[in-house]
Write a protein that binds this ligand. Structure first.
Ligand code: NAD
Ligand code: GDU
Length: 316
């Protein structure tokens, strides 16, 4: 297929673009490089540096869009909600209009666990209430809502994948955000010497060891789900799937695994709770397993951390 990958110079988008090229698709990456890196665009993909509101030309002859481009820092979204609404919702609406103008009727969208907010039960199912607790999650939920409407009125075929905590690396493709908020890369930066210690945000949560529990999914497993989603798009339908490994690990458990993998003691500083962090976020991925036959292959936390560590130590 001829595919447009927005945000394909970023962490998740670059891994998916690499898998798409590998599978023989014709791939164009469109990215404004606001948080991405041009050298993350895989060999064999074309690169267009542009904002998602300027995608018209890049959509010529395209069969489907995989839409990763977004702002995705929860804290920044609280400080600058306008940026999140404009970029994530406004930008996506412009992209969807351009797709309609160019007759492109298929999209796979990066949604998030943040659309659920504080969950009522664990694991979270797609039918559970969506009550985002920050503008980032709200902007992503608004796109999901728009996709449902456009499927009904425009015949758009859409799949939203709600990622839980993405981690790990695929070969050279790794997480390298300039502002890094995610736990695993921050812990590993202590082992490379880039940081002196890692802060644990709260030890008084109602969890077995008092630290937050998350569902970490390997970026390669996540990427594979996009290729399955692409094949499952049905015009006029919007499908939503959670994507996690189905097992929760606490912050302390993650740090322990990072110590085992790196052989570094990784000093810890106990800090305050980070506002807006739910105690436990674990996905039920039963729907995508049942309907698309997806299965995580590198779900073990040791594998996820080892792959992230290998890629990081090769590049620092
Ligand atoms: N990483 C995670 O744990 C996680 C979890 C849930 C959802 N997501 C979603 O997955 C997607 C990818 O996340 P990521 O971690 O790879 O982030 P990232 O910041 O590495 O990648 C996003 C890419 O989009 C580009 N971009 C942003 N705004 C743009 C615009 N207006 N026009 C063109 N390009 C633009 C950036 O330059 C970057 O290359 C995002 O939509 C994010 O919300 C990520
Ligand atoms: O230096 C750090 C970084 C994180 N944490 C803790 O580690 C856990 C994981 O934090 P991350 O920042 O790695 O991930 P989040 O769970 O906050 O975020 C993920 O889930 C969100 C939904 O709530 C969004 O989908 C977001 O894009 C996705 O990365 C949280 O309990 C956080 O408080 C620390 O203790 N210290």
């Amino acid at each position: 297929m001829r595919l447009l990958v927005t945000g394909g110079a970023g962490y998740v988008g670059s891994v998916v673009a690499a898998q798409l090229v590998e599978a023989g698709h014709d791939v164009t990456v469109l990215d404004d490089l606001s948080t991405g890196h041009e050298d993350a665009v895989p060999e064999g993909a074309r690169f267009v540096r542009a904002d998602i509101t300027q995608a018209h030309d890049a959509l010529d002859g395209v069969d489907a869009v995989l839409h990763f481009a977004a702002k995705s820092l929860v804290g920044e979204s609280v400080a600058k909600p306008g940026l999140y609404w404009a970029n994530n919702l406004g930008g996506t609406l412009a992209l969807l209009d351009a797709m309609r103008d160019k007759g492109v009727a298929r999209i796979v969208f990066s949604s998030t666990a943040a659309t659920y907010g504080e969950p009522e039960r664990s694991p979270i199912q797609e039918s559970d209430p969506t009550r985002p607790t920050n503008p980032y999650g709200a902007s992503k939920l608004a796109v999901d809502t728009a996709l449902t409407a456009f499927a009904q009125v425009r015949g758009l075929g859409a799949v939203s994948l709600r990622y839980f905590n993405v981690a790990g690396a695929q070969g050279r493709y790794r997480e390298r955000h300039t502002v890094e908020t995610h736990l695993i890369p921050n812990v590993l930066k202590v082992a490379t010497g880039e940081r002196d210690n890692v802060s644990v945000f709260g030890t008084d949560y109602p969890t077995p060891d008092g630290t937050c529990v998350r569902d970490y999914i390997h970026v390669s497993d996540l990427a594979r789900a996009h290729l399955l989603a692409l094949g499952a798009i049905i015009p006029g339908e919007h499908k939503i799937y959670n994507l996690g490994s189905g097992t929760g690990f606490s912050v302390q458990e993650v740090i322990s695994v990072c110590r085992e993998v790196t052989g570094h003691e990784i000093p810890v500083v106990v800090g305050e709770r980070r506002p807006g962090d739910p105690a436990v976020l674990v996905a039920s991925s039963a729907r995508i397993q049942r309907e698309l036959g997806w299965k995580p292959e590198r779900a073990a936390l040791g594998d996820i951390v080892s792959d992230a560590w290998r890629a990081l130590s090769r590049n620092t």
